[in-house]
Design a protein. Sequence first.
Length: 424
Amino acid sequence: MGENKPLAAPEIITFGCRLNTYESEVMRGHAMSAGMTNAVIINSCAVTNEAERQARQAVRKARREHPDAKIIVTGCAAQTKPEQFSNMPEVDQILGNMEKLEPESFGLKQTERVQVNDIMSAEETAGHLIEGFDGRARAFLQIQNGCNHRCTFCIIPYGRGNSRSVPMGAIVDQARSLTKNGYKEFVLTGVDITAYGEDLPGSPTLGQMCRRLLAAVPEIAHLRLSSLDPVEVDDDLWRLIETEPRLMPHLHISLQAGDDMVLKRMKRRHLRDDVYAFVEKARQLRPDVVFGADIIAGFPTETDEMAANSLKLIEDCDIAYMHVFPYSARPGTPAAKMPQVPGDLRKARAASLRAAGDKNLSRFLESLVGTKQTVLVENDTTGRTRHYAPVELDFSATGGEIITVEITGTNGKKVFAAPAESIE
């Protein structure tokens, strides 16, 4: 434990998604502008019970390490269950997901401890201009927030509200500001980014927005997409996948399951064959594309046969980057009332899915050995290729720069690289 000195600047602890990472930087700016220094802001996630537990643990740790600091809890767990934090004596203030983005929520004059309004009343996503991301080489660009769908397992719409898109002009302004500060790689973030534009005049699609963004900001060298719904990719986005080298050949699928009955009980928009069709079309248009996926293990009512179907899809589609979540019952969701799969079985199925993904990733990384690859340097000796493969450099480079390297080997989890010119 340190000497418990007051914090000279607000410390922000971020859990969960890339959208939270973006919003943490918005809060950092607001807190600094308000003159707030000795404070810890915990930006929570509500996607699982474990995520909420980690937030509570972070609160207790922050109070032990900074006994005199102001502790603020916000994010999806604060929005959906403010009472779990208001019952903690360590917490000084609780802000909802709308309130955390308002400048007036920060500063010494704030006395109301719990400020959490009805998120369903949110009608727009303000364009917050931020200067950069603390300690990060790539920039996250918020294009959308909220979700109009009600998957039976998901609490997030109740933390984020209905789908709202950021107007094109605000996205371009933010991207230009960040490129001026040296950012070359951008990740488009939101809760349901394939819903982009449905609420805007003229209903622009995600693909149309990407095309206009890349044309308006030629300084963007790499553009990445966060999670995609496999049945909601528009024609413009397919054309970009085929023809735009600045769009990275790494697509992440919001999969959740690979069995039709489970998908129907989840109230997902796609079925098993839709995923196969998505993967096949993407590979036809962009032969080097690599896939990631989010998947839930042990969803209520899932049988061994249903779990085997999910595992087979991961193997058949050669999905390399797996985000596997053992099912976590969220109170208030329909799935929480369905017959539950025993916890040990959920964990075992999650382990099988992760093992399949690890095998696919290892095989993909092996295929890179001996090739030249473009890498975004994350810090001195680590980075990611265009396909998002993790790279360890045998030399020192500058974070945020894009360099060409020669892949010299792999340990199955990452690749090793030397300067390309040293090999020639």
